[in-house]
Write a protein that binds this ligand. Structure first.
Ligand code: HEC
Length: 237
């Protein structure tokens, strides 16, 4: 019985550690600071990104928006177009026709195809590769950042950002914001971040599914192992 108790305690600890790590990640860092009207510095809380890796429709919409609005400047060097149509169930023809804006080879990675030095000269900063961005900054940070652009005539591109003050990235979603309802605009940005979260860790959802079955298998295995253990030791004592 002692062995069983130990095993159960061990499993409990593993689950607790896992949950603890997720909570710690979520609360890490804020989303910047801003000045209130009376000149005080206030802390901007991150908005919660609607990331759901089981929602394929949202990730597909995000992929399409990402290719139209972001891939012209940002690369995503760890993602191949072929992975997009295989994993996201997007027909190959549609990927080739609508999503492959930067190349004509499905085995290629998403690559802005613009000389980084030129980009640096244009924007003052190089648009970073976004393959792992949500892992680097967190889903909520990226979501809040994309929502935090505002018009600011003093900036070269006429826009600024609360999360990254004096940002070098233009407000590329400005037209979308003008032409959609508030809900639709937030949903679109949520879809982009959902796609970025998938891109940063395409195996994340699958891994959780496997994990569930593995734990279930181990728990089921516990019963015969426990009975066997009892059987082996019954004559010894
Ligand atoms: C016109 C070029 C351009 C387009 C289009 C563009 N970006 Fe950017 N982006 C930049 C530049 C330049 C920076 C660097 C900003 C800086 O360091 O000040 C940047 C920075 C970022 C960052 C912050 C990186 C970090 O961790 O500091 C994120 C996130 C980002 N972009 C996401 C996006 C997304 C999502 C889209 C599509 C909706 C997009 N960008 C479209 C030029 C662009």
């Amino acid at each position: 019985m002692k062995a069983v108790k130990k095993l159960v305690a061990g499993l409990g600890l593993t689950v607790a550690l896992g949950l603890g790590a997720t909570a710690a990640q979520a609360s890490e860092g804020g989303c910047g600071t801003y000045k209130t009207v009376d000149g005080k510095e206030a802390h901007l809380a991150c908005e919660t990104a609607p990331v759901d890796l089981t929602n394929k429709a949202s990730i597909q919409r995000g992929a399409s928006l990402f290719m139209s609005y972001c891939a012209g400047c940002h690369s995503a060097q760890y993602v191949r177009y072929s992975k997009m149509y295989k994993d996201l169930d997007i027909p190959k023809e549609l990927v080739e026709k609508y999503l492959m804006l930067t190349t004509d080879q499905v085995g290629d990675h998403i690559n802005a195809g613009v000389d980084p030095e030129l980009q640096k000269a244009w924007f003052g900063a190089q648009p970073p590769d976004l393959s792992l961005e949500t892992r680097l900054r967190g889903n909520d940070w990226v979501y809040t950042y994309l929502l935090a652009f505002y018009e600011d005539p003093s900036r070269p591109w006429g826009a600024n950002n609360i999360v990254l003050p004096n940002v070098a990235m233009p407000f590329v979603l400005h037209d979308m914001q003008m032409n959609t309802s508030k809900e639709e605009y937030r949903r679109n940005i949520g879809d982009i971040v959902n796609f970025m979260a998938w891109m940063a860790e395409p195996q994340a959802h699958q891994r959780k599914v496997y994990g569930f079955w593995v734990i279930l298998f181990l728990l089921a295995l516990l019963i015969p192992v426990y009975l066997l253990n009892k059987e082996f030791w019954k004559d010894v004592k």
